[in-house]
Design a protein around this ligand. Sequence first.
Ligand code: ADP
Ligand code: ZN
Length: 210
Amino acid sequence: MRIVLLGPPGSGKGTQAVRLSEHYRVQHVSTGDILRDEVARQTELGKQAKSFMDQGELVPDQLVVDMVAARLKDSFVLDGFPRSLPQAESLDLLLKEKNLPLTAVFNLDVPEEEIVRRLTKRLVCLACKAVFPSGTQGACAKCGGKLGKRGDDKPETIRERLRVYRQKTKPLEDYYHHRQGLLRQIPGMGAPDEIFKLLTQQLDSAKSKN
Ligand code: ADP
Ligand code: ZN
């Protein structure tokens, strides 16, 4: 199973990626999580990535592509990658070399007003990075860690992330639709459980056709 999740920031990619990776027992690759970890550990990559992330810009393609290539296993859910055409082309090349075609690409479709609402309000666990809706009280339900705001979830940065999304990432819908016929649109407004059900239904029927 090799899955790509596309969608704007705050569309629920991270939540669904965790569930899918547990359900199908495949690797979960979140480039956002990996990059935040590199920044926290002050690695060379983290130092290079930090200012881009703080401003809501994309980290340069080559850095992210190398980072993914070094980790990618044979079965995976990609969350937050690819995010630009050059990244998608690099991924294609990598998978072609290994003769491992993608199973499906899902686009979680959520209107922009809703995105802004979600991102300005969401809370994250500062320890395990789990995401919680606004108004959640107390500690993280998963690990007991403290809840707080993500540094890049402030209004100016959210606007910039959305601009970058429209300009660089949105075109990937066409890329996967036209070049590979792999794209499936998923309405991202429903409850997480409903969206998860839609995703697994589609994946299970894709599997039984192969
Ligand atoms: P979002 O909620 O915006 O989807 P992510 O956690 O996926 O957040 O990413 C946070 C930041 O990490 C991005 O704004 C960007 O700076 C950087 N980043 C994550 N994935 C990529 C990628 N594939 N290419 C370039 N930059 C990335
Ligand atoms: Zn936690």
